[in-house]
Design a protein around this ligand. Sequence first.
Ligand SMILES: [Zn+2]
Length: 390
Amino acid sequence: MLDAGWLLLLLLPVAAASGWYLRGRVLAPEEKPTTVHPDYLRGISYLVDEDADRAIEVFVRLLEVDNETVETHLALGNLFRKQGEVDRALRLHQNLVARPNLKPIHRNQARFELAQDYLRAGVLDRAEDLFKELAEQGMFLERALSGLVTIHESGRDWDSAIETTRRLETVRGHSLRPVIAQYYCEMAEQARDRGDGDEARRLARAALSEFRECVRASIILGHMAMAEEQYDAAIKDFSRVLKQDIDFVPEILSPLQQCHAARDDLKSFRKLLRDIIRKYPGSAPQVALADLMVQGREVDEAIEHLSGFVQDTPNWVGFYHLLKLTAEQSDLPLSGPMQSLHAALKQIIDQQPTYLCGHCGFSGSYRHWQCPSCKLWNSIIPVRDIKPAG
Ligand SMILES: [Zn+2]
């Protein structure tokens, strides 16, 4: 379980005791070289032999007689946690916190590590208590507040998440308003789902006041207006997304089309699509415009439009729709190789993720406002075009 870096770290006290570590430094008369308890070496030997439990026993016993190796214990506990061996990390850190003669700096570090162990083990109430105590004392403030935010998020306690994030914003010295707006959106969706439309709208507007570019709030308001057949208001809400974040165009095309259709004004939607195409280089509005042309029995124009798009911007989705339209126009089924190509393209497109996290690379076909992998908010956007693997 030990790589060379960790072994070197654990051997530092041994090096110090041997004098090797102190070479080049003259010891003051009152200074004595550190001595290493023989059990320390025995503990390391157990670790090298991958007998972690016996190693922990030795280190825990050692701590009672030797206070010089606390930092090594802390490092070892962190190593266990990083490797997913949270029970072992907990044992080491709990033992450290229980030592009566620990220096305050080491005790606080051990409490912070213990809080992280509890968080990792899912014992959230204990983690929360420790993080709160540390934050109140101003110890590890930024990381303790981050830990609390993680706990509030996992408990969906959005009011507390907002309050703690505002404190975190002050400590970090930069804006976390886009994240706070997401918390308001979470609460808005909860209110909407329990049928409290007024509260949902109030919270979605609070999200927009917090962060003007909050796409999610506009989408929530747009869908609510649409459900109440307030189509002009819904069009206004969805159109706001174009100014907020152009990457979210694929999210609003379908509801915008439905709203315009309900107002019997697809002509305006067509004009809007041409505006969007000038700003957004992906395939979604191009395909939507071609579909509108087909609905208006302008199949030749649709084919010409998609041909021009695919020639200018080679793209699988555009090519797939062009192939489909050409087959529909001829009223004849696609011939052998073209049929295979069409089926293969459909399979490629269906299997590709439609959302991508710009931070960690997580991808999937379901929209998340918080990345399930790296846990960042606002990092996932709809992909502009399908890119076949390999
Ligand atoms: Zn991510």
